[in-house]
Design a protein around this ligand. Sequence first.
Ligand code: SF4
Length: 106
Amino acid sequence: MSTRRHFLKQGAALALIPLVPAVSLTTQAAAKVPLDDPAAKALRYVEDATLASRADKMGVAAADQVCQNCRFYVTDDASAAWAPCQLFQNRLVAGPGWCAGWVPKS
Ligand code: SF4
């Protein structure tokens, strides 16, 4: 009887081991770019593009420039609220956000 109990305890403990790294990686992948990040400040990143002072660029009106239509916004879902930005080491930026590195999707 004690062998069966021991076996079940070991099995339960072992079942949790693969979850620890997965949870950790998920948290790292979901890191948002902090607004006080030095690179974010340098590029004037904001989570709401309407708060940014933008200028027309590459034939796109300033008011139409948001992360969701930027070349560096990496997602298959163009309307995603958050997605990795290649300019910020694939940390998450806000879809309606903007920074001075904005380039239109080709
Ligand atoms: S590079 Fe593009 S996607 Fe990244 S923060 Fe700037 S505007 Fe947004």
